[in-house]
Ligand binder design. Structure first.
Ligand code: KIV
Length: 266
């Protein structure tokens, strides 16, 4: 098995698994120093492309961003989301997952559960493509953004779903918007690591959409902690630039190219 995946599996009973999303090289480079897992999430449909949902993201788009992310990754496990409609049956799923792996060099793909696609996970795993599962609120299949697993019956259903995904061969599973008691039980019962988003600290690891935690997406549900407000930082810089251009303070003499060499500035 892939060494990086083994490392993630071993963390289950030892230390928390740190994960974030990336859609470009520069962000991936920064995350790579700190994260165990970097996911090229289909959340880019909302965050980058301004869509209301993730449904129309194409394979080409996610591959293109993954190629950029790949350039920034040295150490982290590199996972790519399979967009909606790209894994409808085993043949289609295998063809598209193989294409993703071949073109991007990712370590694994992520598939959202619709409570029926266990055979697709199994098909990919038997073709040597590692799969991360995803249960709870699954934006590709569920219309309502709500807490999952908040009744006894719903908890039982989630446990069954998680166990079937584990049995199909997934190496880990994202728990999205799952009530704390349910995420605690699922994490305890499963042998594979659980990665939570909006699912309390009972999971083996955590993931957030990087743009949300940096204050860049405009989407801040209760489970998101804003670690920075980059929107304000950017606005401040843009205001300064605007003022400088209007007052002819920029470009200043030091920015002129009077026959001097074009030197690269960081
Ligand atoms: O697309 C995404 O960003 C996700 C989340 C779980 C982080 O799937």
């Amino acid at each position: 098995m892939n060494k990086k995946i083994n490392k993630i599996l071993r963390k289950k009973y030892k230390s928390k698994i740190v994960s974030l999303t990336a859609y470009s090289k520069k962000i991936a480079q920064i995350l790579d120093k700190h994260c165990d897992i970097i996911l090229v999430g289909d959340s880019m449909a909302n965050v980058l492309y301004g869509n209301d949902n993730t449904h129309n993201l194409t394979l080409e788009t996610i591959i293109s961003h993954s190629l950029s992310v790949k350039k920034g990754i040295k150490n982290s496990l590199f996972v790519v989301d399979m967009p909606k409609g790209t894994y409808e049956n085993i043949q289609v799923a295998k063809k598209n997952a193989k294409l993703i792996v071949k073109k991007t060099g990712c370590d694994a793909v992520k598939i959202e559960s619709n409570k029926k696609n266990y055979n697709i996970i199994k098909g990919l795993v038997t073709s040597n493509i590692p799969v991360m599962g995803h249960i709870g609120y699954t934006p590709q299949f569920k219309k309502k953004f709500q807490v999952e697993g908040d009744t006894k019956k719903k908890i039982e259903k989630l446990i069954k779903e998680a166990l079937l995904i584990q049995k199909a061969g997934a190496f880990s599973i994202v728990l999205e918007c799952i009530a704390p008691a349910a995420s605690q039980l699922i994490t305890k019962i499963l042998k594979i690591p659980t990665i939570g988003i909006g699912s309390s600290n009972n999971c083996d690891g955590q993931i957030l959409v990087t743009d949300d935690m940096l204050g860049l997406s405009g989407f801040y549900p209760k489970f998101v902690k804003k670690y920075a407000s980059l929107d304000r930082v950017i606005e401040k810089a843009v205001k300064k630039y605007t003022r400088d251009v209007k007052l002819k303070k920029f470009p200043a003499k030091k920015n002129f190219l009077n026959g001097t060499k074009l030197r690269k500035k960081n």
